[in-house]
Ligand binder design. Structure first.
Ligand code: GLC
Length: 746
């Protein structure tokens, strides 16, 4: 359990809460209003717009934190100004988006959630923290905890998928990884639970669009990962951009004051998303900058990220008695407390030589490779096409992503990172020394609407491939496939096709990938499809025509080696989907935990929700295959009847009935048959990934109690647990069939 009250007393001893408070009080007592306001301002390390340079702002005491900078030398230069020249002499917090690795890149968070193994996420973020801290960073804007149920939404890649129970487990694990045993632990950073809250439910999956969620949806689906992060001791929260029920999240007192602080007792501080305080004017919520500053601070945003609105207006609002000094102090205290806990007063400067010693540790690459193994999901393996024999001859690797370092490392790289991934082509060639592995990229793929990030990083711009070159590349790929006996197709999305401002109106394979795949399959070769992508894809045709499909997501620096390990049988895949795969984009949002409705979809007479075809998932939540087989049997409840408020245990036996060792993720789902509200037809309330040798049996046990059986009721407007009859299922995905019944009585 991460203790946010921790912190360094200079050495490694942990400061008590009282000691931290005493030091904060002493600082506050000698700070002017201007210096206090400065602590509430986060500025860009590189100025994207005209105006005073960061050095000048810091020298005047106008900043408490710097983001969008990634250079230890520059950190130290700015820190020296803050510590030796600014009026308050208070050190800066340096922050950056370290989402899934700093120099050693791990699988994207959606991939790590696919491992259904929180220790994967914890270890990954611990390595990320160690490298980031060695680089001079103190604070990461992660973990991203937004539940996402619409595959069109680009930022689905950054979260842990559609389910609050899995999302909550991954949230706590990432906070532990980033922050270590206590806030301020060596080689760790402050984490940030973002984007509070509901960002993933944007209309149409269109990033930044408005969100409308009932309190029941917020409390039962979107809040649990954030609550879990808070209970794990997360040091900061980030308020989201978007309008939530017509009130922007960064001006939303229900979120930031009533829920986060009053109800949940959060003691850390809230930073807005980028420019979000100033954007309250753009959103038609605040009249002007002064109104934006007043309402954001009152709502509970402590630190203004990069919009300069607090800097311009807070002091005047205090002078006009619209804000009190107490309001300002309440925002400054948790920021100073984090700086005290992080030991910045004792150790403000970065060791400029440390990163190169840390980032090249072989153990980091090993951890990244293991994380990639455990994140990949085997979607199909007809006739045991996989694993491929290492004696394979005439092998070809084809596709625009097969040798792409960017696509292999995926979205959200830190500033200045040069992708260094082992690509799938490189991984396959390394696995098969002496085998001639042919390669052809086929036509390139690119967004029709360029990424907004091209404006910030013009060096990422690439001229479009000419139609002639694309045609030549297509024909060359077909020729390479024709000469091969086995073809590994590597298809999916470029790194800029998922992530921020990267929503799609289709889930198809971009460009001519589908056409290329179909023509290669038509050649009658042995074809394996490996997907590199940041969201569920509507690969309906491939699911019907390609015998083997491996979902590799965006697997990180060791991605190519991990894919080769799995394709050639050195590793048996055991991942499971953390998101439902719809058959097409028009079915989104599609998720498993829906209520039954008056016409349940499994009613054969009713057939489908759309008359053009099936609306059942292409692949369901929790689905994933293995090179071996398992049975899950003997579901047992410690009692078939319990009182409201009591708990019971549920056990089952899982056996590896195949010929090779492998992992199974045993999942427990419940359904409350009636109650104050209609309840989802299934809800995940337990999971465990177990490794079994052939013939081995393991008993897995879960507990069901008020936490699992209770919910926030829309009809009652409060948390409750109904007396009701429940179905309990245990299985290997959300269609689990092994069934038990439970009666909860008052
Ligand atoms: C971005 C993102 C947020 C990120 C922040 C700082 O716009 O919404 O996730 O942490 O700005 O880079």
């Amino acid at each position: 359990m991460n203790d946010m009250r921790g912190g360094q007393r200079g050495g490694d001893a942990v400061l008590s809460e009282a000691e931290v408070a005493a030091r904060v009080d002493a600082l506050i007592s000698r700070m002017s209003l201007a210096e206090k306001v400065g602590q509430l301002c986060q500025i860009g390390g590189v100025s994207f717009a005209e105006g005073p340079k960061p050095e000048e702002i810091i020298r005047q005491g106008g900043a408490g934190s710097v983001l969008w900078l990634n250079d230890a030398k520059q950190f130290n230069a700015l820190q020296r100004i803050a510590v030796e020249e600014s009026p308050s002499r208070i050190p800066l917090l340096f922050a950056l988006d370290v989402i899934h690795g700093y120099r050693t890149i791990f699988p994207v968070p959606l991939a790590m959630a696919s491992s259904w193994d929180p220790s994967v996420a914890e270890r990954a973020q611990a390595v990320a923290a160690k490298e980031a801290r060695a680089a001079g960073l103190h604070w990461t804007f992660g973990p991203m905890l937004d539940i996402a149920r619409d595959a069109r939404w680009g930022r689905i890649v950054e979260g842990s998928g559609e389910d609050p129970y899995l999302g909550a487990a991954m949230a706590a694990a990432q906070v532990r990884g980033f922050q270590g045993p206590h806030l301020g632990a060596p080689d760790h950073v402050v984490a940030c639970a973002k984007h509070f809250a509901g960002y993933g439910a944007a209309d149409g999956g269109r990033d930044y669009d408005p969100v409308f969620l009932s309190e029941a949806q917020l409390r039962n689906v979107y809040f649990p990962p954030f609550r879990s992060a808070l209970e794990a001791g997360v040091g900061t929260f980030m308020s989201a951009y978007m309008d939530l029920n017509n009130v922007p999240a960064s001006g939303n007192a229900f979120l930031l004051r009533d829920t986060l602080r009053t109800e949940w007792g959060f003691q850390g501080f809230v930073v807005s998303d980028a420019f979000a305080v100033g954007s309250l004017v753009t959103q038609g919520f605040a009249r002007d900058g002064s109104d934006a500053a007043l309402r954001a601070l009152k709502a509970g945003v402590d630190m203004d990220m990069a919009s300069n609105t607090y800097a311009q207006h807070l002091a005047k609002l205090v002078r006009e008695d619209k804000l009190s000094i107490a309001d300002i102090d309440a925002a400054v205290r948790p920021i100073l407390a984090v700086k005290v806990r992080m030991g910045l007063f004792e150790h403000p400067y970065a060791d400029e030589a440390k990163l190169e010693k840390v980032a090249t540790l072989a153990e980091h690459r090993r951890e990244a490779r293991i994380a990639a193994h455990r994140s990949m999901v085997l979607l199909k393996n007809e006739g045991g096409v996989l694993p491929l024999p290492k004696t394979v001859k005439n092998l070809a690797v084809i596709g625009p992503l097969a040798d792409s370092k960017e696509a292999t490392e995926g979205s959200w790289m830190v500033f200045g990172h040069k992708p260094a991934a082992v690509t799938i082509l490189e991984g396959v060639r390394a696995k098969l020394p002496g085998v001639n592995v042919a390669y052809a990229p086929g036509p390139e793929i690119r967004r029709e609407v360029p990424s907004m990030f091209e404006d910030f990083f013009p060096e990422t711009k690439r001229p479009a491939q000419s139609p002639q070159d694309a045609e030549a590349a297509y024909n060359a790929a077909i020729a390479v496939a024709r000469a091969a006996d086995t073809v590994i197709m590597v298809l999916g999305e470029n790194a800029d096709m998922a992530g921020e401002a990267a929503s799609r109106d289709s889930l198809d394979l971009p460009g001519r990938q589908q056409e290329l795949l179909a023509e290669v399959v038509a050649l009658g070769k042995r074809v394996v499809l490996v997907l590199l992508n940041g969201r569920p894809l509507g690969i309906t045709w491939a699911a019907q025509h390609v015998p083997a499909i491996l979902e590799a997501w965006e697997p990180g620096t060791e991605g190519g080696n991990a894919v080769a390990d799995i394709l050639f049988g050195d590793v048996n895949p055991g991942g499971k989907l953390p998101v439902t795969f719809p058959r097409k984009a028009s079915h989104a949002p599609l998720y498993y935990a829906r209520t039954l409705t008056h016409q349940p979809e499994d009613n054969p007479r009713y057939r489908s929700r759309y008359w053009e075809g099936l609306t059942t998932p292409l692949y369901p939540f929790g689905f994933g295959l293995s090179y071996t087989t398992f049975t899950i049997e003997k579901l047992k409840l410690s009692s078939s009847k319990i009182q409201v408020g009591s708990s019971l245990s549920v056990t089952a036996q899982v056996t590896n009935t195949g010929k090779v060792s492998g992992d199974e993720v045993v999942q427990l789902y419940i359904h409350q048959r009636s109650g104050s509200d209609s309840r989802p037809l299934r809800e995940l309330k337990g999971f465990e990934r177990v490794s079994l040798n052939p013939g081995e049996t393991r008993t897995v046990a879960f507990t069901l109690g008020p936490d699992e059986l209770g919910y926030w009721s829309a009809s009652a407007g409060r948390w409750l647990q109904d007396p009701a009859a429940f179905d309990v299922w245990i299985g290997s995905d959300s269609r689990a069939a092994l069934h038990g019944e439970l009666d909860v009585v008052s």
